[in-house]
Design a protein around this ligand. Structure first.
Ligand code: ZN
Ligand code: ZN
Ligand code: ZN
Length: 375
């Protein structure tokens, strides 16, 4: 699909985003930004090239100058159809011409530029060769908050993606778990996410029994058994915006201990959510969730950060982690997802996407956080 432009955005939205990005670059001491195809380009212009190719496509943003999109001639007609196109100048290049020389004309020869993290090395090397005086910084390092604060239309899309993930959970809790492989339940999750409107499925974690104790376990051929805890963690993109939710279910009646551990994680998730408000630091969310787990004696079993940002990708800054002192701002969206992992036995994780409001937080996932018993 070309464009992948979510409907509610207008050329003015893209013009404003490009203008803000150029100013933020200047504030960060950069001469400008070089944006490669991917989430940054989609967010700034609404343009997603038909496929990743070896031909250079780059948006050049510099303060006080009109945005320029360098694009292969054969893809220029597509680029011209994107919603943001009227707000930028297209500079196309034909095969056999040197796209780096063309792009170099747009750059300050000794400037430092922010570059999309997913830019191809061959393109950056080509530019460095054309302009040896330039230097480059990771765009995510230089401007981590560029896409962090969502506007009202973006929040609507985030909420719709969250609701679709919730509908997926309501469906998956009714399927059979016992006797089926993790990979089969994961396939159900992927199908349901698509049925509920996701155009892209990023992950469908089904981690049963001892596999649940490994937060990196995705799926395998383990046959889910009666008595298993099963961590479900799934998400993707719906209309260009991300979902990501986790619930931990149990096949049949849980033991006392399984219930207790699940309760601790639920309480920790609630504490993390309760810490969300404008002006709080990202690390406060981590601390609030972690304190509950540490007080319960499971500190060593909570082995990852409490959350990550989400938007046009499913994992991005800001991160809810000790040492991240950046302040929460209304419109930010991120996960709150504490967990307890008992090696060789089972794991529990509960995850909602939360957005910062004027006076607190709002969950974009709202299925029950009580332990769900499945068959
Ligand atoms: Zn059990
Ligand atoms: Zn997740
Ligand atoms: Zn997550």
């Amino acid at each position: 699909m070309t464009g992948r432009t979510p409907a509610p955005f207008t050329v003015d939205d893209y013009r404003a985003r490009m203008g803000r990005a150029a100013l933020a670059a200047a504030d960060a001491g950069l001469a400008g930004l070089l944006v490669a195809p991917g989430p940054d380009l989609v967010w700034l212009t609404g343009y997603a090239p038909p496929a990743a190719t070896e031909r250079l496509t780059a948006l050049v943003l510099a303060p006080g100058r009109d945005p320029v999109l360098v694009v292969p001639a054969l893809e220029a007609p597509d680029a011209a159809l994107s919603t943001g196109a009227p707000a930028l100048t297209l500079r196309d290049w034909t095969d056999g011409k040197d796209p780096y020389a063309l792009t170099a004309e747009l750059l300050t020869p000794d400037g430092r530029f922010g570059v999309s993290d997913n830019a191809w090395a061959m393109h950056l090397l080509g530019l460095q060769k054309a302009l040896p005086g330039t230097s480059y910084a990771s765009l995510t390092d230089a401007l981590p908050m560029l896409r962090a604060v969502k506007d009202a239309a973006e929040l609507d899309l985030m909420a719709a993606a969250g609701a679709a993930a919730d509908a997926t959970f309501e469906d998956i809790r009714k399927v059979r778990f016992a006797g089926r492989r993790e990979s089969e339940v994961a396939a159900d999750l992927a199908r349901l996410l698509r049925e509920h409107g996701h155009e892209q499925v990023d992950f469908t974690i089904v981690a049963s029994g001892p596999n649940g104790a490994n937060p990196h376990h995705e799926i395998g051929d383990r046959v889910i058994g009666h008595g298993d805890m099963v961590v479900l963690d799934f998400g993707g993109l719906k209309d260009g915006y991300g979902s990501d939710t986790s619930r931990t279910v149990h096949v049949g009646e849980p033991t006392e201990e399984e219930r207790r551990v699940h309760d601790i994680v639920r309480e920790a998730q609630q504490a993390g959510f309760a810490a969300v408000r404008p002006g709080a630091a990202c690390q406060d969310v981590d601390r609030a969730a972690r304190a509950v787990i540490e007080d319960a004696g499971h500190g060593p079993h909570f082995i990852h950060r409490t959350g990550h940002g989400i938007g046009v990708t499913t994992h991005e800054p800001p991160y809810m982690i000790e040492g991240e002192e950046r302040e929460l701002v209304p419109g930010m969206c991120f996960s709150v997802e504490p967990g307890i992992y008992l090696p060789g036995r089972f794991g529990v994780r509960i995850e909602d996407i939360v957005t910062v409001t004027e006076d607190g937080g709002r969950r974009l996932n709202d299925t029950t956080r009580e332990m769900v018993i499945v068959d």
